[in-house]
Design a protein around this ligand. Sequence first.
Ligand code: NAG
Ligand code: NAG
Ligand code: NAG
Ligand code: NAG
Ligand code: NAG
Ligand code: NAG
Ligand code: NAG
Ligand code: NAG
Ligand code: NAG
Ligand code: NAG
Length: 658
Amino acid sequence: MHFRSSYWGLMAIVGLHVHAGVTVYNQIPFGQGTKTASAISSNFTPNAVGDTKQLTAPDLPSPLPPTQFTLQLGASNATQNGLSMPIPGTFYGFSVEMSVANQILGKNSSLLQVPFLNLMSLLTSRGGGVHIRVGGNTQETATMVGSLPNGTILQKAEVNTQITTQTPALLISPEMMFMMNNISTLVPGVKWYLGVPMNDTKNLRLQIAEVGETILGDNLMGLQVGNEPDLYGRHTFGGRSPDYSPQDYFNEFGMEMAGINADALIPVKNNIVGPSTTGDEWSPEVIFATGYLDAYASNLGFISVEKYPDDNCAAIFGGASAPKDAQTEFPKYLTHTAGASIISGFLNASKTAQSIGKPMLMFETNTASCGGFPGLSDSFGSALWGLDYGLTMAASNFSGALLHVSGGSVYYNPFTPPPTNQSAFHQWTVSPLFYATLIVAELLGPTNTAQVADLGANGADDNTPAYAIYENGAPVRVALFNYLTDPSGKAAYTASIKVDASVTQVKVKYLSAPSVAEKYNISWAGQNFGAPYGADGRLQGNLSVQTIACASGVCPVPVPAPGFALVSLTDNAYSEVNPDSVSTFSTTTSKTRGYNTATINPSVLATSNGHGGAGGKIMSGSTSKESVNGAAAVGAPWLSVVVAVALGVAVVGRRAFA
Ligand SMILES: *[C@@H]1O[C@H](CO)[C@@H](O)[C@H](O)[C@H]1NC(C)=O
Ligand SMILES: *[C@@H]1O[C@H](CO)[C@@H](O)[C@H](O)[C@H]1NC(C)=O
Ligand SMILES: *[C@@H]1O[C@H](CO)[C@@H](O)[C@H](O)[C@H]1NC(C)=O
Ligand SMILES: *[C@@H]1O[C@H](CO)[C@@H](O)[C@H](O)[C@H]1NC(C)=O
Ligand SMILES: *[C@@H]1O[C@H](CO)[C@@H](O)[C@H](O)[C@H]1NC(C)=O
Ligand SMILES: *[C@@H]1O[C@H](CO)[C@@H](O)[C@H](O)[C@H]1NC(C)=O
Ligand SMILES: *[C@@H]1O[C@H](CO)[C@@H](O)[C@H](O)[C@H]1NC(C)=O
Ligand SMILES: *[C@@H]1O[C@H](CO)[C@@H](O)[C@H](O)[C@H]1NC(C)=O
Ligand SMILES: *[C@@H]1O[C@H](CO)[C@@H](O)[C@H](O)[C@H]1NC(C)=O
Ligand SMILES: *[C@@H]1O[C@H](CO)[C@@H](O)[C@H](O)[C@H]1NC(C)=O
């Protein structure tokens, strides 16, 4: 069955009305994991991408850690200590604030963001898929309507910025789900979590779940019910009292589950994501003590928590708490202990989740809430932090973690579209943090057998951590970190990796920059995504991979200060996550509709282009501007899916409508 033909039937079944003539716009600039938003102070910077402020790398420790050490790897997963359970290559995904989905993903099902498709394609080509949540604080007051004017996917209602805890009410249309499904069609492996509102359990609004399941079918991973419920009382959110308790939450969650279980339009009942606690007010154990896991066992598909290690709320919103200084915070991120301390309160819950066979997810996280810190959240150091934090979670049996993405005014975005009024001449900005997601996908690969061990490298020195990754029981890759910045080169180290004597050489890809404070001159094995506003989502530049010879099974791998090295121990370990070709989407400028649209060449979809997406010769239209070898193309981020359909790329539904 074709989706469109059944659209009106769906609307009739779900009982939605067409919403017309809404004139409500008020962009909340910081729609992320804090609810402490109040009036925005006058000194906030609306354009994080344009902020060139760089911090200073922390001083070197004295004495320096040893610069030569050995890493002995067990010959198989039977002899290596500390290995996790199998972790999927989809580990790192994204949490897209529902209210900015129209900036990040696309305008609607017929206008998708090309750079976004390219970035997701890079990840799926390495890790086998990407999981993306559309939700956040704004899911709680979202309401699904039958349609919005001009094929729009969402509209924000008027917000009174003087009311400190008011979250913008959001109207969304089924077009949002059509758009998400089209993204999954174009980039297979992209799957979704959707947020279902829980602000009002007396009047359940389950239409997002109904329409989401109907349209997305197998592309829907799960439905999150309740976002950071341990903060509901603190913010008296949804009219709840300040002493809102875990038992109150248990009861309300039960009302949501009862509604879902009774709803024939929600055929999948066992994909619920909860409890999504921050641990600030209630640990997972406090919630589990209510009987939550048993009572909702048939509904819960995933056990979730959400955590930011820090916040920059005072700088952005003013208010009671003391402002924090990014330079002072910076060193806290540049140490192996950073990740472990974020999840320390969730390790027991991770064991519990494993024992009941449900994946443990860090459902929303990033460097710091309230937009992150200037110079920190967008530094090379944030890439090292994200890599180390991700691997710490994986080694601790978390199956996934979603980095939050918000609007253009935040510093922590892994990628950011240009402001709407600049999309004709600016492209996207890919931030250092995106490399963490790319590299974790390369480390874990597509086999779903990856097991991760923290090697306690160099006497467990916090400046020089290392991990081993095993696949199908055998060691395949090693991750080496150096958090120190030392232009003199004295803090560079060499790790001697001891493996089977049959290994005669290893391939090494470096993530490099001159300093942990660097924001722009960052290279992943010779490639990058271009300057701010210069990314179309494909890697630019020539790939540069080092081959290092091993002697008697000892492979000496140098790591600069700062730096990160991904060591592939076998040819297959390298080739399975470094595909010769990646499906890419290209942009052409055609002003037919008053804005730039993009077209895709059918051969691009059918086959793919050049190595790692760089230097590909994929373009169709003569007006296209390729981004080849660092020369960033300008313009045209939108992909017109209409064109794809005209070329025969239309999809049919996976699931008949009930
Ligand atoms: C819909 O599009 C038309 C034509 O571009 C425009 O005049 C109208 O204002 C739009 N309506 C809304 C609600 O955006
Ligand atoms: C998507 O939005 C564009 C521009 O607002 C509009 O012309 C188009 O009809 C919309 N597509 C759908 C499927 O509604
Ligand atoms: C995109 O979504 C529309 C529904 O809005 C559907 O008709 C079309 O076939 C989809 N195109 C692709 C390429 O999935
Ligand atoms: C929940 O959100 C909806 C949509 O914004 C709103 O109409 C309703 O009043 C809210 N309910 C409560 C209890 O706050
Ligand atoms: C670990 O979790 C289990 C199950 O929820 C609980 O019984 C136990 O008390 C927890 N241990 C700690 C130290 O929190
Ligand atoms: C992760 O799971 C594996 C396999 O069950 C177990 O051996 C290991 O101790 C767990 N690690 C942590 C940190 O809980
Ligand atoms: C885009 O809009 C912003 C905010 O309204 C304005 O300050 C800026 O000058 C505009 N830029 C362009 C290129 O139109
Ligand atoms: C070792 O890896 C194999 C293949 O992935 C797996 O079946 C087995 O359970 C693993 N054993 C341990 C002890 O992790
Ligand atoms: C960029 O960083 C590299 C080290 O990662 C350094 O060798 C190179 O000189 C830097 N380039 C510029 C233009 O600063
Ligand atoms: C990439 O390699 C090609 C061919 O060797 C060369 O012409 C080009 O200048 C290189 N590009 C960069 C950015 O180094």
